[in-house]
Design a protein around this ligand. Structure first.
Ligand SMILES: Nc1ncnc2c1ncn2[C@@H]1O[C@H](COP(=O)(O)OP(=O)(O)OP(=O)(O)O)[C@@H](O)[C@H]1O
Length: 629
C-alpha cells in the first residue's frame, strides 16, 4: 500500500534530522504513524508534532514537515538541529511553532508571514541572522513572538498587532530607532535589551544624529544601495556607548562591501611592501604598547614584526614585572588573514600588525595579546607556539581552522580569522573584557579564593555545558583544552569557551603545569599523542565543575569517595546552606570525572542533568516563597 502522505513527510524529516535514530518513525509502521513518538492525529492526519529534547542533530529538510497541511502545533525545541529553517508555507493551519534552542542559522523564513493562523512563534536561542521580516505584521493573531538570543540585524519592524502579548528580541544585533507603535510600546526595555545599536523612547536611549562608518558621506553613498548594508552605513556609530564586539560585527558587514572594491590594491601592497613592525613596551602599568611601523620595500616581500612588551603583575603585594620579550614575526609572501565563517574581512594583516598590543598571558598553546586596531576595534591575537604546531601541514591547519572558525554559539568565543606563514601562526578571536573564569574564582592572589555562590556555579556550569554540547553535537568536534583560564566571561557574565579544537593539530605540551595536567583525562595523558575525545572533554568539565564548587585549583582536588568529597567540599566552602543543591552538582562533577571514559555521561546528558537541577531549584524556591514580592 502507498505510504500515507503525512507518514512520508515525517519519514523524510527523520531521515535528515534524526541522525542518532532517536525517533521510532519507520516505513514498516507507517500505517500506524499516528502512534509514532510525538505525533498526534485527528481524522488520520497529523495535527501536532512535539519532538522536544531528544538530541535531534541533523537538519530540518525542506519539503518534509511542510507537507503536513493539517498540523496545528510543531515543536522541535531544545534539540541540536543545524542549518536553515526551511520554507514552511505549506503548514497553512499552523498555530504554534517552537523551534527555539537549536542551532538554526540563516534567516527568519519570510514564509512564516503567510501562516495566518499563527499565534505563537518561538525561534529564540538559535543563530539566526538577517533582518526580522516586516511582513510578520500581517499575522494578526500573533500573541507570542520570541526571537531573542540570535544574531538578527537591521531594525525592529513596526509590529502593531493588538493581539501581541509576549515579545522579545533581546540579545541580537538590531540597530536603529525602535518604532513607537501601540503594540510595541506595551513592552519594556527588557524585550529589547542587549542590542547595543537600538535606541528610542521605549528603552530610554536617545537616538543621536548618525555618522557613517567611512569619513565622508560620499563613501557611505558608495556602499551598494542594498538591504541592511545601506541602513548600517547610516546607523552605525564610531563613538556609541555600545559594545565593541557588536560594532565589530556591524563593521564586518559594512566594511566588507567597501573592501571588495579595494581588494586588488591591497594585494598589490602586500606583495610589494616589507614592513618592519615594532611592538614597544607600555610606558606604565596597564597601558598599551604602540606598534611602530617602519615600512621598507624589499624584493622578497617579507614583513618582519618585532614584539617587545612587558607585563606587570597586578597583585598588590607581589610585584613581579614580567620580562621584556623581543620576538620577530615572519610574514610570508603569500600571507594574508583568512576570515572565518564567511565573514567579511574587517581589517588586514597590515592593520593588525600596526595595532597597539598588550600581553594577556602565556599559555601552553602560545602567547595571547589584546590588540587595539586603528579603528578602535579590540581583538585578541593568539600567537601559536611554533614547536607545538610544526607537525601540522599548512593544508591540514587551514582545514581545521576553517572548521573551528565556523563555530558560532553564544557560549563560544568567536574565532574571527587566522593567519599562517612559515614559522608563524596567529588566531584572532573576539576580545572579552570581563576576564576568565580562572580570575573570577581565584582572583589575582592565589590561595585567597572564595568559592562562588552555587547559583553562579550553576549558571557557569550550564553555559559551559551548552558550549561543549554545541562543539560535540552540532559539529562532532572536540574542545581538548578545557580549563578555567579558557572559559571567558562575556558582556553579560555568560561563560564563553575559547582555545577550542586546537589540540587536534598540536603535539602535546612538553611542560604543562600541575593544574593543566589535572584537567586532562587519564586516557589522554596516557595516549602517545595526547588525543582528546568528547569523553575526555566531559572529564575536564567534571574537574572544572569541582573547581567552581570548591574554589580550589584542579591540582588541589583530593581523590576521595563521594561522601568524603562532600565533607571536603563543605569544609572548603564553609557553612553556607544549600547542601542538597551542592550535593547534586557534586554528583554531576563526580560522574563526569570517573576514570573510565565509557562510564562517563555524554555532554548532552550532563547538560540535561544540570538543567534538571536548575528546574528543581526553581520549583523548590517558588514553593518555599510563592510570592516573592
Ligand atoms: N579572547 C580573550 N579575551 C580576553 N582574554 C583572553 C582571551 N583569550 C585568552 N585570554 C586570557 O589571556 C590569558 C592567556 O591565555 P592563553 O590561552 O594564552 O593561556 P592559558 O589559557 O593559560 O593556557 P592555554 O594556552 O593552555 O590555553 C589568559 O588569562 C586568558 O584568560
Amino acid at each position: 500500500a502507498p505510504l500515507p502522505n503525512d507518514a512520508a513527510a515525517l519519514l523524510h524529516f527523520k531521515s535528515k534530522a534524526d541522525l542518532r535514530n532517536q525517533l521510532n518513525f519507520s516505513p514498516k509502521s507507517s500505517s500506524a504513524f499516528c502512534k509514532w513518538k510525538g505525533v498526534e492525529c485527528s481524522d488520520s492526519r497529523a495535527i501536532r508534532l512535539i519532538v522536544e529534547d531528544v538530541q535531534l542533530g541533523g537538519v530540518f529538510a525542506p519539503n518534509s514537515l511542510s507537507q503536513l497541511a493539517e498540523l496545528r502545533v510543531l515543536s522541535l525545541q531544545n534539540n541540536s538541529l543545524t542549518g536553515p529553517i526551511p520554507d514552511l508555507s505549506g503548514l497553512v493551519n499552523l498555530k504554534a511553532l517552537f523551534l527555539n534552542r537549536n542551532y538554526f542559522s540563516g534567516a527568519v523564513p519570510p514564509s512564516l508571514s503567510a501562516l495566518h493562523r499563527l499565534k505563537t512563534v518561538d525561534l529564540s536561542y538559535n543563530m539566526l541572522a538577517g533582518s526580522i521580516p516586516a511582513s510578520l505584521n500581517g499575522l494578526d493573531r500573533l500573541y507570542y513572538l520570541r526571537l531573542d538570543f540570535n544574531r538578527l540585524n537591521g531594525s525592529v519592524p513596526p509590529l502593531n498587532q493588538s493581539s501581541l502579548q509576549i515579545f522579545n528580541v533581546s540579545h541580537n544585533d538590531l540597530t536603529g530607532a525602535i518604532p513607537i507603535t501601540p503594540a510595541l510600546s506595551r513592552f519594556n526595555s527588557s524585550s529589547f535589551s542587549l542590542n547595543s545599536g537600538l535606541c528610542g523612547e521605549i528603552i530610554n536611549k536617545e537616538c543621536r544624529s548618525e555618522r557613517p562608518f567611512f569619513g565622508s558621506p560620499a563613501n557611505a553613498k558608495a556602499a551598494p544601495p542594498h538591504s541592511h548594508v545601506a541602513a548600517l552605513g547610516q546607523t552605525a556609530k564610531l563613538d556609541g556607548a555600545g559594545s565593541v564586539m557588536r560594532r565589530h560585527k556591524r563593521a564586518a558587514v559594512a566594511i566588507g562591501f567597501t573592501i571588495g572594491a579595494c581588494i586588488f590594491a591591497i594585494s598589490v601592497i602586500f606583495v610589494g611592501i616589507a614592513a618592519r613592525r615594532r611592538w614597544r613596551r607600555a610606558a606604565g602599568k596597564g597601558e598599551m604598547a604602540k606598534i611602530g611601523l617602519e615600512p621598507s620595500v624589499t624584493g622578497n616581500a617579507e614583513a618582519v614584526m618585532r614584539i617587545e612588551e612587558e607585563n606587570e603583575e597586578l597583585a598588590e603585594k607581589v610585584k613581579r614585572a614580567q620580562e621584556v620579550k623581543q620576538q620577530q614575526m615572519m610574514v610570508g609572501k603569500s600571507g594574508s588573514l583568512m576570515f572565518c565563517a564567511g565573514e567579511a574581512a574587517v581589517y588586514t594583516l597590515d592593520q593588525l600588525m600596526r595595532a597597539s598590543a598588550e600581553l594577556l598571558g602565556r599559555g601552553t598553546m602560545g602567547t595571547t595579546y589584546k590588540a587595539v586596531l586603528d579603528s578602535r576595534l579590540i581583538v585578541t591575537v593568539k600567537r601559536l607556539e611554533a614547536a607545538r604546531f610544526a607537525a601540522a601541514k599548512q593544508e591540514v591547519f587551514e582545514g581545521h581552522m576553517g572548521a573551528a572558525g565556523g563555530l558560532r554559539h553564544p557560549n563560544l568565543v568567536a574565532l574571527r580569522a587566522y593567519f599562517q606563514a612559515k614559522e608563524e601562526r596567529l588566531l584572532i578571536y573576539d576580545y572579552h573584557a570581563n576576564g576568565s573564569l580562572f580570575s573570577l574564582i581565584h582572583g589575582t592572589k592565589s590561595g585567597k579564593a572564595k568559592p562562588l555562590h552555587w547559583t553562579s556555579c550553576l549558571k557557569i556550569a550550564e553555559d559551559t555545558a551548552q558550549g561543549l554540547c554545541y562543539i560535540h553535537q552540532a559539529w562532532r568536534l572536540v574542545h581538548g583544552n578545557l580549563k578555567s583560564s579558557n572559559v571567558l566571561l562575556g558582556s553579560d557574565f555568560e561563560a564563553c569557551l575559547t582555545d577550542y579544537c586546537l589540540m587536534a593539530v598540536a603535539t602535546p605540551a612538553p611542560d604543562e603545569d600541575a593544574d593543566s595536567l589535572a584537567c586532562k583525562a587519564p586516557e589522554t595523558l596516557r595516549a602517545r599523542h595526547g588525543e582528546a575525545t568528547s569523553k575526555s572533554d566531559v572529564y575536564s568539565f567534571g574537574v572544572l565543575l569541582l573547581e567552581l564548587l570548591s574554589g580550589r585549583p584542579p591540582s588541589q582536588h583530593p581523590n576521595l569517595a563521594p561522601d568524603e568529597m562532600m565533607r571536603w567540599l563543605r569544609s572548603v566552602r564553609g557553612e553556607e546552606g544549600g547542601e542538597s543543591r551542592l550535593e547534586m552538582l557534586l554528583e554531576v562533577a563526580l560522574a563526569c570525572s570517573v576514570a573510565s571514559p565509557e562510564q562517563r555521561p555524554t555532554m548532552w546528558q550532563v547538560l540535561k542533568m544540570i538543567q534538571e537541577i536548575k528546574e528543581m531549584i526553581l520549583m523548590e524556591d517558588s514553593e518555599f516563597n510563592p510570592n516573592p514580592n
